[in-house]
Design a protein around this ligand. Sequence first.
Ligand code: GLN
Length: 496
Amino acid sequence: MTSGRATLDATRAALREGSTTVERVTEGFLGAIGAGARLNAFLDVFHDQAMEQARRVDRKLAAGGAGPLAGMVVAVKDVLCMEGVKTTCASKILENFVSPYDATAVARLKAADAVLIGKTNMDEFAMGSSTENSAFGPVKNPVDESKVPGGSSGGSCVAVAAGMAHAALGTDTGGSIRQPAAFCGVVGLKPTYGRVSRYGLVALSSSFDVIGPFASCVRDAARVLSVIAGEDPRDATSAEVPVPAYEEFLTNDVRGMTIGLPAEAFAEGLAPEIRAAVDTCADALRAGGADVREVRLPHSSATISAYYILMTAEASSNLARYDGARYGHRSAGARELSAMYTRSRSEGFGAETKRRIMLGTYVLSAGYYDAYYLKAQQVRTLILRDYHDAFDAVDVVAMPTSPTPPFTIGEKTGDPLQMYLADVFTVSANLAGLPAISIPCGLTTPVSSKPDTGGGGLPIGLQLTGRPFDESMLLRVADAYERDTEWWKQQPPIAR
Ligand code: GLN
């Protein structure tokens, strides 16, 4: 049997005709979470609270005045604070940390009458591209369980891909929403930096981090973004830019739009099947009336180096707060203060986190600051300029989300540099602070004969990047493409 990936429209239609209730829908998702427990997508499931909230929403729907996400069930990456429940960031160091308040994005979901179903597994502190760096075990790709789901928001992505929630919140610092979305065949949207408040988001790299939705269709991603976006007095970097009604831009029309394919993204190293899928996709957009042409992003080859220098620099400073003194793990064995700091951090952090703290501290150190950190900041400006120039000529830049299909669990864990290269197409949007979305655009040639995967292939994602705060344009193109194709309907097999 297959799982049902759910859209809010389908649920709402069933609610309207009286064939279900939000309570029953929530119960169904809880059942799917139980049945798919081996995928390890969730770190905490809110059985009672979710059912209670579902009944509350049913009452509101009956009485009138229900919020814009009434009927929607949402999972939340465990890097976002939620009052009264654990926020572990998939790290031993925060294993028993209970958040005293809600992140703004979480509070807005609650206020919109979403049912929050649980906290999802992730790479420790959102560091990774495969969700193998969790202190609580790796997450599996529901399309092929020998493969990684991508990372770092792998649990949130799998929750949607395996029919365990309508939508989920992830975070994207260098690709952690888009890359897993591509690997599991769902929609993943990284908003413009500052579009969504970071209040209550445990920081990885403060000048990159953005919260955004996973969903099984573009419309549901638009719905979630409408609710979580917008200025927040609690986050000085949240932008004072009005939030459009994103759903109104889903007009199924790309006529007159210009879409740029960066020559640099189609060079060596791109898997042939991915190139073929993106080429076919470009043809479909052309057939829909878009003007598709080549653009240049000349500094593309420097993006990974610049990202990993700046991200580790910021991460090393953000993670300095975990010292065993205020919250989180404190080593039991230490007799004096500096040993307590050292031991608490040595015991609490995993290998990748330690690696990045060391790298980040190094690039910020007095003798190397100019050579690495400062240089990388200059490269960041060049990358931003590349995009500005490209957007003089086109409305949207399109390229693959990932250079390869989902890789095998364990394949890259021994070689961090190979793992970092999985982000080669995603980090530039974070360096430039731009909005970007990944949507399903095909499957690789069948690797098995599983009938329910649309032939047994692995998902391929198309990435669209837009001008700052122009999420509407991305959603419009993505929605039009989605309606023209069947990829988003492909469902992974979940044994019951
Ligand atoms: N894979 C990238 C990294 O490891 C991106 C992480 C993220 O977006 N949180 O840093």
